[in-house]
Write a protein that binds this ligand. Structure first.
Ligand code: AMP
Length: 460
């Protein structure tokens, strides 16, 4: 059975004295909502209480649907962690929402996780053989059980986390709350993002720095690949996992996932998308009346294309921002309808025009095909498509929700075949060799484009 994908957002807050951090976490999660809209949850704890008192709430829905004032004020504590979840088709139920709160012999652990563990089935079997409380279903539960099991043999959560991490293969940004501390850990490849911020004397962890800004916290630094950071009443301590790996930061964060105003591992998302547009203009010049992008993630590369080519930028679509992402709708029919619900064409702008249209990626081809049809129906003369990522050819094992090979249009069609299928006049994909330049040659994982996976892969 395939593991459940966990492409999500995490947020943690540690305060020595503030007694209601749930509100901060609520705002932090709201700023990470783009990373997952299916479920949300918060767990908090009061470190000053005599008895450990982790309490939590999680449910399906947006952060604003899952929490209201009453729920937030019932979550009392000076430390806490939260999660927004992005699930694949079929596994959207509340049992898979996070935090996972795990009560075991030595106490309680709460855990939030962004990523995907490729050897989780193996660890799950081992845990299962141990019996007792260590029975896990999702990747996050596997990690929680593993830490809990190892905690019994060690003197601190940090030690248990370190031992557990040495067993995990894959992408993970984890926040673990034990009743007195928060421990953050990032996989040795740095596949998943995680950063540290400060708000006065309080410490904050977030998948992206846009969530720090939203609560007025200042960015301190990215957590290093393979680093464990622990915050307790004694302040911050950091150590590295023994495993050293070549960094392999997920390129898809820059192409699509992360928010435009974030910076991950020193590289601005806005700048990388703008650079991608410039690279496309150099690689695939064309005569056109204007450049436009598919809202939202295609807009910045359209601006980059316009800047480099000198062709003006125009807005050609209106976006209804209140509709969920079209990609995750379960059936093809629903997906196609969702595109039209979400985007409509500005007829007066496009009629009679030759248009360059940029988008971040083509997965199944549904979105771009629909948009070209809509542009042509509105009277566009030519539509030249430029995609700011190379053809999607391989599955992601680290938590990016990509459908299996059979649904990846580029997996069984040439660029020319795809061009015809989507109805574009010309089609240009980002060249693989140009990709790293868009992120100032950061060491990235681009396995979805070149099939070179940085970790061992358990293909099941
Ligand atoms: P498709 O319509 O199947 O070709 O999907 C392409 C569209 O989905 C593009 O407009 C992307 O912005 C978006 N997209 C690409 N990858 C993902 C992903 N992992 N999750 C959600 N949306 C995505």
């Amino acid at each position: 059975m395939a593991s459940i994908h966990e492409a999500c957002g995490v947020f943690g807050y540690y305060s020595k004295d503030r007694d209601h951090v749930s509100e901060k976490i609520y705002y932090g999660l709201t700023s990470l909502q783009h990373r997952g809209q299916e479920a949300a949850g918060i767990a908090v704890c009061d470190t000053h209480a005599e008895k450990e008192n982790v309490c939590f709430h999680k449910d399906l829905g947006l952060v604003s649907e899952v929490f209201d004032r009453d729920k937030l004020s019932s979550l009392k504590g000076n430390i806490g962690i939260g999660h927004v979840r992005y699930s694949t088709t079929g596994d959207c139920n509340v049992e898979n929402a996070q935090p996972v709160v795990f009560r075991y012999l030595k106490g309680t652990l709460a855990l939030v996780h962004n990523g995907n563990i490729v050897n989780s089935d193996l660890i799950k079997d081992e845990l299962y053989r141990d019996g007792g409380v260590f029975r896990a279903t999702s990747d996050t539960e596997v990690i929680a059980c593993l830490i809990a099991k190892l905690r019994a043999k060690t003197n601190s959560v940090e030690e248990a986390v370190k031992l557990a991490a040495s067993r995990l293969e894959g992408g993970y940004a984890l926040l673990i709350m034990s009743p007195r501390k928060i421990v953050a850990v990032r996989d040795p490849w740095g596949l998943k993002p995680l950063c540290l911020g400060k708000f006065g004397d309080d410490y904050v962890f977030a998948s992206e720095d846009c969530a720090l800004t939203s609560i007025g916290a200042e960015f301190v630094r990215d957590i290093k690949p393979g680093e464990i950071v622990s915050i307790s009443k004694n302040g911050l301590s950091s150590e590295m996992l023994p495993r050293i790996a070549k960094p392999a930061h997920c390129i898809f964060e820059y192409i699509y996932f992360a928010r435009l105003d974030s910076k991950i591992d020193g590289i601005s998302i806005f700048k990388s998308r703008f650079e991608a547009g410039k690279a496309l203009a150099k690689a695939y010049p064309v005569e056109a009346d204007f450049v436009t992008g598919v809202p939202e993630s295609g807009i910045t590369s359209a601006r980059g294309y316009a800047f480099e080519s000198g062709i003006p930028f125009e807005i050609a679509f209106h976006k209804n921002s209140y509709i969920g992402r079209s990609f995750i709708k379960p059936t093809q029919e629903e997906r196609e309808h969702a595109v039209q619900l979400k985007l409509s064409v500005l007829k007066d702008v496009v009629c009679g025009k030759r248009i360059v249209l940029t988008d971040d990626s083509i997965v199944r081809g549904t979105t771009i095909k629909n948009l070209i049809t809509m542009l042509k129906e509105a009277g566009a003369k030519e539509v030249h498509v430029r995609i700011s990522s190379p053809p999607f050819l391989y599955p992601c094992f680290y938590g990016t929700d990509v459908p299996d090979n059979s649904q990846l249009i580029a997996n069984h069609n040439s660029t020319e075949e795809i061009r015809k299928m989507i109805g574009a006049d010309t089609l240009g994909y980002m060249k693989l060799e140009d990709l790293e330049k868009t992120v100032s040659n950061l060491s990235v994982c681009k396995a979805c484009f070149d099939g070179k996976y940085p970790t061992k892969i358990n293909r099941g």
